[in-house]
Design a protein around this ligand. Sequence first.
Ligand SMILES: Cc1cc2nc3c(=O)[nH]c(=O)nc-3n(C[C@H](O)[C@H](O)[C@H](O)COP(=O)(O)OP(=O)(O)OC[C@H]3O[C@@H](n4cnc5c(N)ncnc54)[C@H](O)[C@@H]3O)c2cc1C
Length: 376
Amino acid sequence: MQDEVLVLGGGVAGCAAAIALARKGRSVTLIEREPTPRHKVCGEFLSGEALEDLHALGIDVASLGAVPIDYVRLAAARRAAEAPLPFRAASLTRKALDTALIAEAVTAGVRVERGRSVQSLSRATANLWQATLDDGATYEAPSVFLATGKHDLRGHGRPKDPHQWVAFKMYYRLSAAQTADLGDASELMLYSGGYGGIQPVEDGIANFCLVVKRWYFARAGLSWEGLLAKMQQDCPHLAMRLDGAEPLLDKPIVVTHIPYGFIRRTTEDGLYCIGDQAAVIPSFTGDGISIALHTGRRAAAAYLAAEPAQVFQPKLRSAMLLQMRLAKAADHGLNNTLARAVLPFCLRVWPGAMRVTAMLTRVSQPVAVAPQAFAN
Ligand SMILES: Cc1cc2nc3c(=O)[nH]c(=O)nc-3n(C[C@H](O)[C@H](O)[C@H](O)COP(=O)(O)OP(=O)(O)OC[C@H]3O[C@@H](n4cnc5c(N)ncnc54)[C@H](O)[C@@H]3O)c2cc1C
């Protein structure tokens, strides 16, 4: 089957690109391996930039039940401090967000193939890409948007993750007292081997998402129960927050080997790499969804303006380089014992520190669209 554009992966970036292209009359096929949206390892924090992009795509997060997030609270060892967020933010489960994005893609006219996994992507001819699916079917197109997120297709991989990060997500129903205490805050808890975040999402539940280096997980006995116990011991704030909490999944969702700091330098003719396939920002910034939406829409705009992929990809890299470097530097800081100890104290005496950090680690948007949802 031949199309104008093939989009591989129907997450945030793939849907953003597919919607933008289909709305301009392009024939687009999107291939997504999951038959229905499922839970993904993600803190589910939507930054102001993400809200703007979602609004531009026609997604009304408030109507999906998204919860406004107005504060950030930092906890390390026995200290905790909070500051107002310098922008409007929200949280929404990925299941709800991905469902809405796929529905919007269908409405825009994208042919969505669900429950079908791409096995390989290679050149059929000099001007034609060929994606081969798990059932042996092939799809061909002159242009491909690679949006498979954390999953690398053979021959299009990203560098290895030297720290062997392991990330988990679990939903909890917190006790009434803890729900009230958490309020409309996103809490970031800092550890020697990583960090974790807890925040409310829709339907009165809380998302607990964390990422730790493998050595920390090994010290916790390589089990979820051991890890939870160690994290609560190392950060009493977490123990307090989870006191009386009811886990809502049988077991946590896990992903490993996250190449934080990766930015794709180059690409091949007709291959636009977007979302986590373009860049992977440290998770504490809460900016991965925004980058995925932004790179998806920006790649679609480049394609529509006949900008070749080999020109688009390095330009995208240059635009993101500064923020990525700052986010990586901040990430190193979080892993520094002294910095971790003084951070909550700094936040208490100078809440502006949060504003500066948040601004510096965000990827700037070329076009600002005022979000209706959660607008002041
Ligand atoms: C621990 C952690 C916490 C995070 N917290 C946040 C946060 O709070 N806020 C934030 O903004 N970002 C956060 N992120 C980052 C964010 O989740 C990602 O950056 C974002 O989801 C990337 O979007 P994407 O479209 O590239 O990938 P995804 O949204 O993962 O979509 C990729 C899609 O491709 C599909 N796919 C994969 N392989 C194939 C295949 N072979 N064939 C067909 N389909 C395929 C998958 O099923 C998936 O639906 C976090 C990341 C981690 C690891």
